[in-house]
Design a protein around this ligand. Structure first.
Ligand code: ADP
Ligand code: ZN
Ligand code: ZN
Length: 781
């Protein structure tokens, strides 16, 4: 038998399958999707078995597979095909895609050992290495001896040994697998063991169990292993993830609108239909997901449920756990590597029916999928920023097509592209225009901060917002304040010379962090002590500009000294359960929840009756064609947090550009109006959904090389693409240097380029190198 193996080396040159023979003892065990160790050059490498065949047509003599790492495959044939598709779509080598699909526990790491073969003629420094033992661990820090070492290895004086080890240190237990079930046992004890293993699912069992159940000794197993009847290996134990199963399952009777949407979904089960569930926040979308998922599970099939970020949606997860108990696996980004691995195995073994998780859960290795659900489908977190730059929504569409099943996407503020796909007839629209519990939509009031400034209110909180907060404090109701800033940082500027303290590695100013009085770079992590004087002119007149959450917190503390304020931002939520703890605290006894974008999502507090947006327009003028859309979505989403219960809500939107269409449509709760206006602009400016975009980023240590490469790529693209395609750039992005690497950017706008994938792979081949990184994104966000 021949196995076609993809080796674990992320390089274009080996981005293909290599043929190996499978030794007879392994032939009955090896399956597509298992990891193996194979000789490759002079090394032993980890690889993935992607195909099996009877014969090879390479015409060369083949090497044997050395060993098999898994006892069950962790990749299904469908996932392998999907990976190949993503590799093409994202211009990424296949091994990188597989690494992304599999939990990181599967990534192999190697230790290199050196064995002394012949000390004759070795230099003193090399001999010194082996003074205690003939076999030592290679220490990569001893760079100066590398040239000598290389020579000694070449002359067979020293041998290199590669050892594979798993990254996470799993708990292991020794296990035996029956590999020859036709073996005729020679003794009664052998027979007992074989019969016992035959009865086990998968023909394997823990050694300790076999010994006690069959009342045999280790030596019996040894003999059987010697005769190739069984094989022993170490298998990892599960580390169970503790879930909260005592959650109360509140069941509701679907209202007529929900019922209509629900029955439309039911009719499509077993067909590859895509639904957009467009419902205002609080309209009962989650209840529809729960009902539909329940039906799919009843039919014996499986469901993937995607959320933007698990840590931000604890309430959603609890509702699922309450309803589906231990049929749910949660793929949490803050799970340890080992925990993620265990969840993956529970899925493979069909111990769960539903997977809830963020972006990467779209790869859950189900083989009998019945539906995929994507909540808050407009969120940018469904796009991966690193290679492979896949978009989970596209991956979900692909998988639903494969299984012939519906995809259900829900949002109060669908992306323009998604809504346009409905308008063009590609997806079905389900609408929930009203809140489920008949709670009214909140009143929205806009405050012009320019006028506020003229009234000499120099703070960040307008007079209106101040009095509304006070009203809530008096009535023991709650307030959510959102600071709309991506950088959420305060920069330090010298009032005398205008010098802004910058990161030494990046073209960006450092942000001041009050917690430890330090200056930090959000791009590269550089951190320095705050200085008393300007580094340029020595002046002591340093000023803190911009508004960070910490600064606003100080401001509202001063305004409302008796209020209990909970701040949620990147700083306060670093640790594993910080989100939940802070939210619980707010729910129980908080007055004001102050936070960044992260508080806009999925929160449902009945006592919140006021939402204030501090700087609604602060991202409107970013160099991003989606800026108005993002602003519209943000205002709509946070507004949805107000007045979810019995009490009517109010929203105060503070902005400088109060006349901007994104703000006006959001204030009027007018999605369709916004959609039509925005489509007009997209058409004029030749953006999605009228044109497709490709973004190419080039980076390197030398700014001139980066730009020259950019120019050559543009020239090459202009030659190979059709005349209709528009190639823009190379230009400097807003932050032109990150971690000492200079960047430039190219944008392609096109309608139809049938050979684009190959052309982009060619660009990578031709221009990417160790010095110059080329990064291609086919659906930039
Ligand atoms: P969404 O997901 O659209 O924001 P949810 O499903 O969370 O909306 O529903 C909002 C609130 O309304 C929840 O507290 C939910 O329990 C309640 N709710 C939803 N549907 C119904 C219904 N049919 N009858 C009563 N309450 C409902
Ligand atoms: Zn100065
Ligand atoms: Zn930096």
């Amino acid at each position: 038998m021949i196995a076609r193996i993809l080796v674990d080396v992320p390089a274009k040159a080996v981005d293909r399958l290599f043929d190996y023979t499978v030794p007879p003892v392994l032939a009955s065990v090896l399956e597509i999707g298992m990891r193996v160790v194979v000789p490759f050059g002079n090394r032993q490498l980890m690889g993935y078995t992607l195909e099996l065949a009877e014969t090879s047509d390479t015409g060369k003599e083949l090497k044997n597979i050395s060993s098999i790492l898994d006892i069950e495959p962790y990749l299904t044939p469908e996932l392998i095909d999907l990976a190949k598709q993503i590799s093409m779509d994202t211009t990424t080598v296949l091994i990188r895609v597989l690494e992304t699909i599999l939990p990181s526990a599967f990534k192999a790491v190697y230790t290199v050992k050196l064995r002394l073969i012949d000390p004759e003629g070795l230099s003193g420094s090399l001999r010194a290495l082996f003074k205690d033992s003939d076999e030592i661990l290679y220490d990569t820090s001893t760079a100066e001896i590398i040239p000598e070492l290389k020579k000694a290895i070449k002359n067979n004086k020293i041998k290199q040994i590669y050892e594979l080890k798993s990254k996470s240190r799993p708990q292991v237990e020794r296990t035996v697998l029956l590999i020859d079930s036709g073996y005729l046992p020679k003794t009664e004890k052998h027979k007992t063991v074989i019969e016992y293993l035959k009865k086990q699912e998968g023909f394997y069992a823990k050694v300790s169990t076999v010994l006690s159940e069959c009342a045999v000794t280790e030596s019996v197993l040894k003999t059987l292993e010697k005769n190739a009847v069984i094989r022993s290996f170490y298998q990892e134990k599960y580390r169970p993830v503790v879930l909260n199963h005592d959650e109360f399952d509140k069941r509701v009777v679907l209202n007529p609108e929900q019922q209509t949407a629900f029955s439309d979904i039911l009719k499509s089960l077993g067909r590859p239909e895509t639904f957009l569930l467009h419902g205002v926040t609080g309209s009962g979308k989650t209840e529809i997901y729960l009902a539909a998922i329940e039906e799919v599970i009843k039919s014996g099939k499986e469901v993937i449920f995607l959320v933007p970020e698990i840590a931000l949606t604890p309430m959603m997860v609890h509702r699922f756990e309450a309803r589906f108990k231990n049929q749910v696996a949660v793929l949490h980004s803050k799970l340890s590597i080992g925990e993620k691995y265990d969840e993956w195995r529970r899925i493979i073994r069909k111990e769960v029916k539903i997977v809830i998780g963020a972006r990467s859960a779209v790869f859950a290795p189900f083989t009998n999928l019945g539906m995929i659900v994507i909540d808050e489908c407009h969120e940018a977190t469904y796009k991966q920023d690193d290679m492979p730059k896949y978009y989970a929504v596209d991956v979900a569409i692909e998988r639903c097509k494969h299984f012939g099943i519906p995809l259900l996407m829900g949002s109060a503020t669908p992306n323009i592209e998604t809504y346009a796909r409905y308008k063009r007839g590609y997806i079905k629209l389900l609408e929930l225009p009203n809140r489920a519990n008949h709670a009214e939509m909140p009143d929205v009031e806009v405050v012009d901060m320019k006028a506020e400034f003229k009234k000499s209110n120099l703070g960040s909180i307008s007079e209106l917002l101040k009095s509304e907060i006070q009203l809530r404090l008096d009535k023991h109701e709650q307030t959510i304040l959102l600071l709309n800033r991506r950088g959420y940082s305060t920069l330090v500027i010298c009032r005398d010379c205008g010098n802004v303290i910058r990161c030494p590695n990046c073209d960006i100013s450092l942000a001041y962090h009050e917690m430890d009085h330090s200056l930090k770079c959000h791009y590269c992590g550089h951190k320095e002590e705050i200085k008393k004087t300007c580094s340029k002119c020595g002046s002591e007149n340093l000023r803190y500009l911009g508004t960070g959450t910490q600064k606003i917190e100080a401001e509202i503390e001063a305004l409302f000294p008796s209020a209990k304020i909970i701040r949620m931002d990147n700083d306060s939520t670093r640790t594993k359960n910080a989100h939940e703890t802070l939210l619980d605290e707010f729910c129980a006894s908080g007055d004001i929840l102050l936070g960044t974008q992260m508080i806009a999502k999925g929160l449902d507090f009945p006592r919140v009756t006021l939402v204030g947006i501090i700087q609604a327009d602060s991202n409107l003028f970013n160099a991003d064609f989606r800026a108005p859309e993002k602003t519209f979505q943000l205002i709509t989403q946070v507004s949805g947090r107000a007045g979810r219960g019995e009490l009517k809500g109010k929203v105060v939107v503070q902005a400088y550009n109060t006349e901007h269409y994104a703000i006006k449509f959001a204030v009027d709760h007018d999605y369709l109006g916004f959609y039509q206006y925005e489509m007009g602009i997209r058409k004029l400016a030749k953006y999605v959904p009228f044109y497709f975009l490709v973004e190419i980023k080039i980076s390197g240590l030398n700014v001139r090389d980066v730009f020259l490469t950019g120019k050559e790529i543009v020239a090459s693209l202009r030659r190979s693409l059709s005349a209709e395609a528009i190639v823009l750039g190379p230009v400097l992005p807003p932050v032109g240097r990150i971690n000492n690497r200079y960047l430039c950017q190219i944008l392609i706008k096109y309608r139809k380029e049938p050979n684009l994938d190959e052309q982009l792979f060619d660009i990578m081949d031709q221009f990417a190198s160790n010095e110059i990184y080329v990064n291609i994104d086919k659906s930039p966000m």
